[in-house]
Design a binder for this molecule. Structure first.
Ligand code: DGY
Length: 326
C-alpha cells in the first residue's frame, strides 16, 4: 500500500505527477489552503503533508497528528513549523533551499531599484494622465551605483545579492552572526561591519536573515534612528524581522527615505500606515516567484517527500538530528 500524502494547496503539475507515482495523494488543487480545523481533519490518516508557508504546524497541531511522519514545506523558510516540536515527535521536516537563491536575489535588486528610482510612482503618475511635460525634477530618486549596500544576514541569498551589487560598483557591507573567512570576503568584495556601523553607513539596507526569536524586530525604532535620512530598507526575508509600526512611522516622518517590502509582520495584512505612503514599494511575497523557480521548488518538495516515505534520507532535511548523515 502506498503511503498517504496531503497536498494542502496548488502545486506545479510536475510535482503532482511525481508524488502520484509513489504515494496516494489527496490534492487540494486550489489557491486557498485549509482552515486549521480542516487541515487536522484531512491529515488524520496521512503519513505526509506537502505544506506551504500558510500552513501552521505548532506543537499543539502535531500532537493531534500521531501518524504524520513527514512535513515537506515548499519554501526555504520554515518558520510556519515548530522545528523543535517536530523533532521531539520524530516528524521529519524538509525545505527547498538553493533553487530559489538567484531568483530571490534578482527580486531583491528589483525592489531596491524600484524603490530608489520611484518606478511604481512613475507608472501610476503616467497612467493617471499626469505626465504633461518633461521636468528637471520630475520623480527624482536616489542613485544606486557606487552607493553603500548593507546586507544583514549573509547566507546564500545575501551572497547572491552581494554579487549583483558588484555589477553596480557598490560598496557592500555585511553583518552576520558568523563572520566569513577573510579570503571569502575578499572574493565577494565584502566588508564585515558591526550592526550599528552598517546601519549608520549604508544607503541601502537589505535583510536576509531567517525568522528566529533573535531576529524578531531586529529592525525597530532604535535601529531606524541610526540609519541615514536618505536610507532605503529592503525586506525580502520575513515580515516580523521588522517592527512594521516603527517602520511606517519612520517612513511617514522622513526618518528614512524609503522601503521596499515583499513580506509583512502579519501577512497577508499590511500595516495601514504603510498603504498610503508613496515612499514604500509593497509587493505580495513574490521574491521567488518565477515560473522556473516555483516549479523547481515544487519538484524538490515532492522529491523530499518521496525519499522520506521510501526510507531514504530526504535531500533537504531540516531537523538533521533525526537522520544524521552516514
Ligand atoms: C521561502 O521560500 O521561504 C519564500 O519566502 C517563498 O519562496
Amino acid at each position: 500500500m502506498k503511503p498517504k500524502v496531503l497536498i494542502t494547496k496548488r502545486l506545479y503539475p510536475e510535482a503532482i505527477q511525481h508524488l502520484r507515482q509513489f504515494t496516494e495523494i489527496e490534492y487540494n488543487n486550489a489557491e486557498e489552503g485549509f482552515t486549521a480545523e480542516e487541515l487536522l481533519k484531512r491529515l488524520a490518516d496521512k503519513q505526509g503533508v506537502v505544506s506551504q508557508l500558510t500552513d501552521k504546524f505548532t506543537a499543539e497541531v502535531m500532537d493531534k497528528l500521531p501518524n504524520l511522519k513527514v512535513i515537506s514545506n515548499v519554501a526555504v523558510g520554515f518558520d510556519n513549523i515548530d522545528i523543535p516540536g517536530a523533532t521531539k515527535r520524530r516528524t521529519l521536516v524538509t525545505n527547498t533551499p538553493e533553487v530559489l537563491t538567484e531568483t530571490t536575489a534578482d527580486f531583491t535588486f528589483a525592489l531596491l531599484m524600484a524603490t530608489a528610482r520611484r518606478v511604481v510612482e512613475g507608472d501610476a503618475f503616467l497612467r493617471s494622465g499626469q505626465y504633461q511635460e518633461w521636468q528637471i525634477d520630475l520623480l527624482c530618486g536616489y542613485d544606486i551605483h557606487h552607493r553603500t549596500l548593507g546586507l544583514i544576514g549573509l547566507g546564500r541569498i545575501g551572497k547572491a545579492v552581494a554579487r549583483r551589487a558588484r555589477g553596480f560598483e557598490m560598496i557592500v557591507l555585511y553583518h552576520d552572526a558568523v563572520r566569513l573567512p577573510r579570503e571569502v570576503e575578499r572574493g565577494l568584495g565584502l566588508e564585515f561591519a558591526p550592526l550599528d556601523t552598517l546601519l549608520a553607513e549604508s544607503d541601502f539596507i537589505s535583510l536576509h536573515v531567517p525568522l528566529l526569536p533573535e531576529t524578531h524586530h531586529l529592525i525597530g525604532a532604535p535601529q531606524l534612528a541610526k540609519m541615514k535620512r536618505t536610507a532605503i530598507l529592503i525586506n525580502t526575508s520575513r515580515g516580523p524581522v521588522v517592527n512594521e509600526e516603527a517602520l511606517a512611522r519612520a517612513l511617514a516622518s522622513g526618518r528614512i527615505a524609503g522601503a521596499g517590502l515583499d513580506v509583512y509582520e502579519h501577512e497577508p495584512t499590511v500595516h495601514t500606515g504603510l498603504l498610503d505612503l508613496k515612499n514604500a514599494v509593497l509587493q505580495p511575497h513574490i521574491a521567488s516567484a518565477s515560473i522556473d523557480t516555483r516549479t523547481r521548488m515544487c519538484v524538490m518538495a515532492a522529491d523530499n517527500m518521496v525519499a522520506a516515505l521510501n526510507g531514504r534520507r530526504p535531500p533537504n532535511l531540516v531537523n538533521v538530528e533525526l537522520w544524521p548523515q552516514a
